[in-house]
Design a protein around this ligand. Structure first.
Ligand code: CAA
Ligand code: NAD
Length: 334
């Protein structure tokens, strides 16, 4: 029953095994974060080439963070015996940084060990059945309600009764995804931002039936990943995308109606409002398919024409110009 499930559900510190489904831009970053925080990670994708790309990008990202001493501060690492005794087995990466504040050589070695340790925690798998042991599953597949619901039906059948099922959806109703399962109290939105290892926010969305226990466990797990949490009610696009996507859409309208060149639109917003990327560059970075899907959810769900996607965005997606991940979007990438 639902109450049995809640009683036996893992708390944040007990979340030891995390399943991540979808090894694209977001899933790979989410798997990396969970591994760096000390969890065993099972990473699944329908496309085996995506898994190969994910492992390469996770290794590269961890190496970049390790070189700067920015791996998660909380995880522990067992060090080989030739390390100085002050940072013997079981010490945390933070201990090492504190023990050798001025010795970059040792600190770098310790971060390197933590990085290798994190990679070893990630196991690529090929079927949903492989996620049986997960305490928490985070889904980051295509932004399509029908496809996500089908996955939640399968997950509900194969995961242990206590498992929490989270979606990284950018806009889709958590209540509706939860309704595909027999455990709606254990379904929640856990919305990461791109690139997950760098962006400091997780937006948590409670569905109509998400329990207080599940919300508390996911909130403290997010904090364990080093993120700041905000909480949104279950409205289309939640908080951030409800505000961001109309901005991106307006930039497409400006381009479509000939207000300015793409470069001037982006430079205007970068230098005029101090955004790290212009809106068209950001749309390419997110994926134009994701932007279009989110705008359609906003338009259908909120019923206001101001969310209607610009025809130019629709045309780019129809043409397969999905942004940086495909090498071409508003811009071309070499
Ligand atoms: N892993 C590890 N390190 C990374 C990294 C990754 N995946 N990506 C970037 N970095 C590091 C780089 O190594 C670099 O470090 P140093 O400064 O120490 O050299 C630093 O981050 C900056 O990177 P770059 O120099 O390559 O480029 P940049 O200065 O333009 O920063 C960026 C890149 C962090 C992505 C920045 O451009 C940015 O913040 N852009 C906006 C991103 C944003 O708005 N994301 C949210 C999108 S909306 C969303 O995600 C929700 C949705 O549902 C659609
Ligand atoms: P992506 O296209 O980079 O990756 C999606 C991956 O999911 C692909 O590798 C694909 O092979 C795999 N996949 C699709 N259907 C599958 C299935 N049924 N089973 C297993 N694997 C499947 O997409 P992304 O940008 O990583 O986005 C993934 C999710 O995260 C979407 O819901 C999106 O809205 C959300 N999101 C995206 C961003 C962003 O900036 N791109 C930010 C936050 C949230």
């Amino acid at each position: 029953t639902a109450s049995f499930r809640e009683e036996s559900m893992a708390t944040a510190s007990e979340i030891a095994a995390v399943g991540v489904i979808g090894a694209g831009q977001m899933g790979s970053g989410i798997a990396q974060l969970a591994a760096a925080a000390g969890c065993a990670v099972l990473l699944l994708d329908a496309d085996s080439a995506a898994l190969t790309r994910a492992v390469a990008s996770i290794s590269a990202s961890l190496r970049r963070l390790a070189a700067k001493g920015q791996l998660s501060q909380v995880r522990r690492v067992d060090l080989p015996s030739y390390y100085p005794t002050q940072i013997g087995p079981g010490h945390s990466v933070k201990d090492a940084a504190e023990a050798f504040p001025s010795d970059k050589f040792w600190v770098r070695l310790v971060f390197q060990a933590a990085c290798e340790d994190s990679i070893k925690r990630i196991r690529c798998v090929s079927t949903v059945q492989d996620l049986r042991e997960a305490d928490l599953v985070i889904e980051a597949i295509v932004e399509n309600e029908h496809v996500k619901k089908k996955l939640f039906v399968e997950l509900d059948k194969i995961t242990k009764p206590s498992a929490i099922l989270a979606s990284n959806t950018s806009s889709i109703s958590i209540t509706r995804l939860a309704s595909a399962t027999k455990r709606p109290s254990q379904v929640i939105g856990m919305h990461f931002f791109n690139p997950p290892p760098i962006m400091r926010l997780i937006e948590i969305i409670r569905g109509a039936d998400t329990s207080d226990e599940v919300f508390a466990a996911v909130k403290s797990f997010s904090e364990r990943l080093g993120k700041t949490v905000i909480c949104s009610q279950d409205y289309p696009g939640f908080i951030v995308n409800r505000i961001l996507m109309p901005l991106i859409n307006e930039a497409f309208w400006a381009l479509y109606t000939g207000v300015a060149t793409k470069e001037d639109i982006d430079t205007g917003m970068k230098l005029g409002t101090n955004h790290p990327m212009g809106p068209l560059q950001l749309a390419d970075f997110i994926g134009l398919d994701v932007c279009l899907s989110v705008l359609r959810v906003l338009h259908n769900g909120l019923g206001d024409n101001k969310y209607s996607p610009c025809p130019l965005l629709v045309q780019y997606v129809d043409a397969g110009r999905l942004g940086k991940k495909r090498g071409v979007g508003v811009y071309s990438y070499g």
